[in-house]
Write a protein that binds this ligand. Structure first.
Ligand code: GDP
Ligand code: MG
Length: 171
């Protein structure tokens, strides 16, 4: 089908919704509004075809396990977001990554699924708890790609989604 489904996971407050809204609507807000679960659709061109990019912004760590497995089984690509200002938020991603690994089958299959580990809020240099090198090392261990972003300053946001689509094309 011409549907490309991206699922965004990560702890509450790391900036999942902000990244998605920055990409889809070009906006940013300072206030924190907890998300239930939202899906955004965008028509894009890929491989000279028209396809629908569907981005699911999840609630975070408190998502029901059954919902989590359903989102994972339907997803083509995953964005795992932590905040550079919180080591805890990086640690909270590991169980989600493990469920993705279990749900998506063997190592070969997993290697072909675009997964991006994203350190958001890289603009908050004074409050940084996780260095880029640490994020990159973690991504290497998980066998996934890595990027630092800021939804606030719009750093690497377009690039994040472009890179995911690129990984999909090349697999
Ligand atoms: P979510 O729970 O993961 O969806 O997080 P939100 O997108 O709702 O963002 C939580 C809070 O972090 C909000 O107050 C945002 O304004 C703020 N925030 C999100 N992204 C960034 C960022 O890149 N830099 C900074 N400084 N703040 C951010
Ligand atoms: Mg949210």
């Amino acid at each position: 089908s011409n549907d490309y489904r991206v699922v965004v996971f990560g702890a509450g407050g790391v900036g999942k919704s902000s990244l998605v809204l920055r990409f889809v609507k070009g906006t940013f807000r300072e206030s924190y509004i907890p998300t239930i679960e939202d899906t955004y659709r965008q028509v894009i061109s890929c491989n000279k075809n028209i396809c629908t990019l569907q981005i699911t912004d999840t609630t975070g760590s408190h998502q029901f396990p059954a919902m989590q497995r359903l989102s994972i089984s339907k997803g083509h690509a995953f964005i795992l977001v932590y905040s550079c200002t919180s080591r805890q938020s990086l640690e909270e991603l590991r169980p989600i990554w493990e469920v993705i690994r279990e749900t998506k089958g063997g190592a070969n299959e997993l290697a072909s699924i675009p997964i991006m580990l994203v350190g958001n809020k890289c603009d908050e240099t004074e409050n940084r708890e996780v260095s880029a090198a640490e994020g990159e090392a973690e991504a290497k261990m998980w066998g996934c790609h890595f990027m630092e972003t800021s939804a606030k300053t719009n750093h690497n946001v377009k690039e994040l989604f472009a890179e995911l689509l690129n990984l999909e094309k090349n697999r």
